[in-house]
Design a binder for this molecule. Structure first.
Ligand code: ZN
Length: 397
């Protein structure tokens, strides 16, 4: 397990990626780009185009994609980290490193709820959130960017508490409903305070996840008006289809589908959003670690599941795990676009897939084979130890 501090290595760096067979942009309005070369300088994408049109001089790192597909690094919109690469929830080490091998380069905390002895008093929960934000900002397990420090709100909190959190660098709320606030009016008031100070919010949608947590139904979800409707397909117990439809139609917020939820409800939510012409609102998470364990391939599995059973073209399904989430979460990654972070996953058809190419294989429900993962222009893993083997893999020249 490799661990490192934040930030790229020193000195000017120029990454050139050549011979890209398929360039997946992450942008749902234009998911496939007509280009075979991507250049990144000092961790940021600077050029995208055909090899002859792009300045490849003075590269410090050249990767020959060998005809494989390049996509933005996958984003997990819903994780529950605790400390570095350890989770007490299933007492597992190295779960984030395993997710890197599943193509995930960025994770968003929905609350550090599995912290042993988690404080629920206001001073304590604020301190925990600020500490978690600092820890994961200072330390990226295996290079993965974990946005953490997401407090679970309690009824005693005042507007000043939200201002204090924002002033201290906290930018996220944990799932509303995991703390003591479970009613619409209180949630609405606190979510509005959070938004006023630039803190993004999400909510636990559906039945209780473990003994001790509670039901959050459509009325509470719509009244709370969080920026993201967390696990609209339940975590794990889903609301009735009629309530899922009400939520999709009753707000304009992000619709998050998670791996550790109800898969039938996931497909229902996807179909509803598509019928509404609002696929751009759909984002993906794992909701791991959880009672269901951790899923190193959770985001890739969601892409294949929604593409195959949900009959969503694979290039669009990948956008739900990249560009959609980046836009919804205001991240600087997730799209192959000049100025964005150089976070990439190289994929190819898994060996012996019945699919004729990567996109066809995903549409048939197979997982992609991951051949390399790059974060901020630096190679973090080569052939994935977790996915089925990719037919072709990129090479460092
Ligand atoms: Zn939840």
């Amino acid at each position: 397990m490799a661990h490192e501090a934040q930030g790229p290595a020193t000195g000017p760096q120029k990454l050139v990626i050549r011979n890209i067979g398929l360039l997946l942009s992450g942008a749902i309005e234009n998911p496939i780009l007509d280009a075979d070369t991507v250049v990144a300088e000092n961790g940021r994408i600077t050029a995208i185009g055909r090899a002859k049109d792009v300045d490849q001089e003075h590269a410090t790192l050249v990767i020959d994609a060998r005809g494989t597909a390049l996509a933005p690094g996958l984003i997990d919109s819903h994780v529950h980290p605790v400390a570095g690469d350890w989770t007490p929830r299933q007492n597992q080490l190295g779960w984030i490193d395993s997710n890197l091998n599943g193509g995930v380069t960025t994770m968003i905390s929905a609350g550090e709820v599995h912290t042993p002895g988690r404080p629920r008093d206001v001073v304590g929960l604020k301190a925990l959130a600020i500490s978690a934000q600092r820890q994961f900002a200072n330390f990226r397990p295996s290079g993965v960017k974990v946005h953490a420090g997401a407090p679970c709100i309690e009824p005693e909190m005042t507007e000043q508490d939200f201002k204090d959190l924002a002033d201290a660098g906290v930018t996220l709320l944990g799932e509303v409903g995991l703390g003591g606030v479970k009613d619409g009016p209180t949630a609405k008031r606190m979510v509005a305070w959070a938004r006023k100070y630039g803190i993004q919010s999400t909510i636990h949608t559906g039945g209780p996840s473990i003994p001790g947590s509670g039901l959050i139904d459509k009325d509470v979800v719509l009244e709370a008006d969080t920026d993201v409707v967390g696990h609209i397909n339940g975590g794990h117990t889903a609301l009735p289809d009629s309530q899922i439809r009400c939520i999709c139609e009753g707000c304009k917020r992000g619709l998050e589908i998670v791996h550790n939820g109800n898969e039938r409800a996931a497909l229902f939510a996807l179909r509803t959003a598509r019928e509404m012409g609002e696929l751009h609102r759909v984002i993906l998470g794992t909701d791991a670690p959880a009672g269901s364990g951790v899923q190193p391939l959770g985001i890739a599995r969601m892409v294949s599941m929604l593409s195959s059973l949900g009959e969503l073209p694979a290039e669009l399904a990948i956008c739900l795990a990249t560009g959609n989430t980046a836009r919804m979460r205001k991240l600087d990654c997730g799209l192959i676009e000049a100025g964005r972070a150089a976070d990439f996953v190289f994929m190819d058809t898994a060996q012996h897939s019945a699919g004729e190419n990567l996109l066809h294989a995903i549409a048939l429900g197979d997982l992609p084979g991951i051949g390399m993962v790059v974060i901020d222009g630096q190679v973090k893993c080569q052939r994935s130890r977790n996915t089925p083997p990719a037919t072709r893999i990129p090479v460092i020249i």
